[in-house]
Design a protein around this ligand. Structure first.
Ligand code: G3H
Ligand code: ZN
Length: 283
C-alpha cells in the first residue's frame, strides 16, 4: 500500500533502523524497487529526483503515476518522495502528484541563503502536510561534479551549524555530508563515524545519508547503527541495470524486442534492492 515517508521514518527510528530509499528513472526501476522490497519483506521509499523529472521533459506525472500505482498494489508499505528539488514549481507540484515528502536542496547556496530558501520551502511544505528533508554541507557528485568532492573536509556538515539550521528552518530531517558522494561506481567511500556521532548528539531530527551507492556494506551498517534513518541509493541500481543489459545484448546480438533486455535489467535491479535492504535492515 501507499503510505507516507513520515510514517516509515518514525517506525524506523523507533526500531533503530533505517528506511531504504531508491531513486527511480524508468518504469522498470519502479517495478524493480517494489519487487525487491517485497522479496526482502521491507517497506521502501520510491524517490523521484528533479534530474529524473528533467529527463522526462520536465513532467512529473508520468513517473509519479507509475510510482503511485505500483505503491498502491505493493505487498509492502511504499512511500513516494521527491528528491533534490531546487525548482519551486516542481516543489509545488509534489502534493497533487502523490508525494508525501520532499528533499529541498539549497545546499549549493551560502549558509544564510540556504537557510532562508529552506525555511520558506518548509513553511510551504508543512502547510500542505508534507514531510521535508534539507541538506547542509555538501554531498558532492551532483550534476556531473567530480564524485570525490565530498571527501574534502570543507564539504562536511558542521554539528553546531546543523543544530541552528534545523531549529531555524523547521525541517523534519537533515541530509548530512559525512564522506559519501553521489554517483560513485566503486564502493570505496569512507564515512566519518566520529562526525556522525557528533551530528546524532547535536540533532533531534532523523539524519539522511546520500550517495550511498559508493558506501561499502560494513560502512552502511555502521552508519545505520550510528543513527542514519534514511539511506538514499540510486547509482547502484543503474550499475545493475546497465551491466545486465550490456551483457545480455552482447550475448544475444539478434535481440530486437526490448522486453527481453528490459526484463533482464529489471531483474538485476530487483536483486540489488533486495541485497542492499538486507544489508541495511538485516535479512
Ligand atoms: O538522493 C539520491 C542519492 O543520494 C543517490 O546517490 O546515486 O550515489 O547512490 P547515489
Ligand atoms: Zn542525493
Amino acid at each position: 500500500p501507499l503510505v507516507t515517508t513520515g510514517e516509515l521514518i518514525t517506525e524506523a527510528a523507533a526500531a533503530r533502523t533505517a528506511v531504504p530509499a531508491f531513486n527511480v528513472i524508468t518504469l522498470e526501476h519502479v517495478e524493480a524497487v517494489v519487487r525487491g522490497a517485497e522479496s526482502a519483506g521491507s517497506s521502501v521509499v520510491l524517490q523521484v529526483s528533479e534530474n529524473a523529472v528533467r529527463f522526462r521533459g520536465g513532467h512529473l506525472l508520468p513517473l509519479a503515476r507509475a510510482a503511485t500505482a505500483a505503491a498502491e498494489r505493493a505487498g509492502v508499505p511504499v512511500a513516494l518522495h521527491l528528491d533534490h528539488v531546487q525548482d519551486d514549481d516542481l516543489l509545488r507540484g509534489a502534493p497533487d502528484a502523490g508525494f508525501s515528502s520532499v528533499m529541498y536542496d539549497a545546499s549549493r547556496l551560502p549558509y544564510e541563503e540556504n537557510l532562508a530558501a529552506t525555511r520558506a520551502a518548509a513553511d510551504w511544505a508543512h502547510a500542505r502536510g508534507l514531510w521535508i528533508e534539507a541538506e547542509l554541507g555538501q554531498v558532492g557528485g551532483k550534476h556531473g561534479a567530480p564524485p570525490l568532492d565530498a571527501h574534502a573536509p570543507g564539504a562536511r556538515t558542521d554539528p553546531g551549524e546543523a543544530r541552528a539550521f534545523v531549529a531555524d528552518s523547521g525541517v523534519d530531517a537533515l541530509a548530512v555530508a559525512i564522506g559519501s558522494a553521489h554517483a560513485m561506481t566503486t564502493r570505496t567511500a569512507a564515512l566519518d563515524h566520529a562526525l556522525l556521532k557528533r551530528l546524532r548528539a547535536a540533532l533531534d531530527v532523523p539524519l539522511v545519508l546520500h550517495g550511498s551507492s559508493g558506501v561499502p556494506d560494513g560502512e552502511l551498517r555502521a552508519a545505520v547503527g550510528g543513527g542514519i534513518a534514511k539511506v538514499n541509493i540510486g547509482t547502484a541500481l543503474n550499475i545493475a541495470l546497465t551491466g545486465a543489459v550490456r551483457q545480455h545484448l552482447a550475448a544475444h546480438p539478434g535481440t530486437v524486442d526490448p522486453r527481453h533486455w528490459l526484463a533482464v535489467g529489471r531483474e538485476a535491479m530487483a536483486g540489488t534492492v533486495t541485497r542492499l535492504i538486507s544489508v541495511l535492515v538485516g535479512p
